[in-house]
Design a protein around this ligand. Structure first.
Ligand SMILES: [Zn+2]
Length: 347
């Protein structure tokens, strides 16, 4: 780790995320009661709704040296300028990445104890700018057990003026000892119209379809708006649409490209498609509507008429379980192959 900001892409100048419009009212309400903020926050909600951007916005509010009358950061003082450049010495971002000597970041499985120890030591040093010190941990549930334990003392007795902002996609995975010491702030999905307008402003075409695939989470939809990824999705869904012709070996081989991280990402994407697909089948079989894959409704309807509902529910749970174990898939190709063989057996 190097530099005043521990790790993560917000450490790079120019990549400080803008607060999305649907979180502006939340940020404004919080800024207005800034003097009553607690020292530890748990910002929770589904992945891709803007929790990280909100946490960084709150962090900026804390390190601003000339807050506006409404409590928001001014954007122009030295504190704001340093924060925007990812260089504020009293602001730390901790994410599950390793930073090499040249400053390149590689995603890793967990936030480890050395990162949290560095954070707690940093918290003991007095503020460089004589103001607040803020640490943002994203996603907090990726702290391994030792790391979470190492954070406890700072959570219990934070040095004066120190704030810890924990962001969690799955807050139930946080140890109760950690979660119970934080004030909870739930962040929900924006309404579909607002999310579509935001995606359109990011030059995303077909925002409605992507948003459906993303379960309504705009940042997930934005990540899905990648031509190569959409082509891969098409290949998977075309194969799932014809279980009688599906070759688990051939389809599973598609996750095998690239290095370890890339294989894991490819498996994660495939499992998400499989989950969305089987959830849509289950909804149709129960008389409901397609939600995740509105562009595939005809194929889904044909299959839903043939599938045994109980087996389908059981299968969907099996895929969900695999998805939650994904941080350590030993053999991504084998995992995919077994799930696809079971999928084929449903029909
Ligand atoms: Zn400022």
């Amino acid at each position: 780790m190097s530099g005043p900001v521990a790790s993560g892409d917000a450490a790079q100048p120019g990549t400080w995320p803008a607060l999305p419009p649907w979180l502006a009212p939340t940020a404004a309400a919080l800024a207005a009661q800034r003097d009553r903020w607690t020292h530890a926050w748990l910002i929770e909600g589904q992945r891709g709704v803007g929790k990280r951007a909100l946490a960084l916005d709150l962090a900026r509010t804390l390190v601003c040296e000339a807050r506006r009358a409404d409590g928001r950061a001014c954007g122009a003082c030295p504190g704001c300028v340093w924060a925007a450049a990812g260089q504020h010495p009293d602001l730390r971002l901790v994410e599950p990445v390793d930073i090499d000597d040249e400053g390149r970041a590689t995603p890793v499985d967990a936030i480890r104890i050395d990162a949290v120890r560095a954070l707690t030591q940093w918290a003991q040093v007095s503020s460089h700018r004589r103001g607040a010190k803020v640490a943002v941990i994203v996603p907090a549930e990726r702290m391994n057990g030792a790391a979470a334990n190492a954070l406890l003392k700072t959570l219990e007795e934070p040095p004066a003026g120190t704030y810890l902002l924990l962001v969690a996609h799955q807050s139930a995975r946080l140890p109760a000892t950690v979660a119970s010491r934080c004030r909870r702030l739930a962040v929900g999905r924006p309404d579909a119209g607002e999310a579509r307008r935001w995606l359109a402003a990011q030059e995303v075409a077909d925002a409605g379809t992507l948003l459906a695939q993303a379960g309504g989470a705009p940042y997930v939809a934005l990540a899905l708006a990648d031509a190569a990824l959409q082509a891969e999705r098409s290949a998977w869904l075309a194969a799932l649409a014809r279980p009688e012709a599906l070759s688990p070996v051939a389809l599973a081989a598609r996750v095998e490209l690239g290095g370890r991280e890339e294989r894991r990402d490819r498996l994660a994407a495939a499992l998400d498609w499989l989950l969305g697909w089987t959830a849509d089948l289950a909804r149709l079989a129960a008389g409901g509507d397609v939600r995740a894959n509105p562009d595939q409704e005809d194929a889904l309807r044909t299959l839903a008429a043939k599938v045994a509902r109980i087996s389908l529910f059981r299968y969907h749970r099996q895929v969900l379980a695999q998805r939650s174990l994904l941080t350590h898939p030993l053999q991504p190709r084998l995992v995919a192959e077994l799930l696809l063989a079971d999928y084929r057996a449903l029909f």
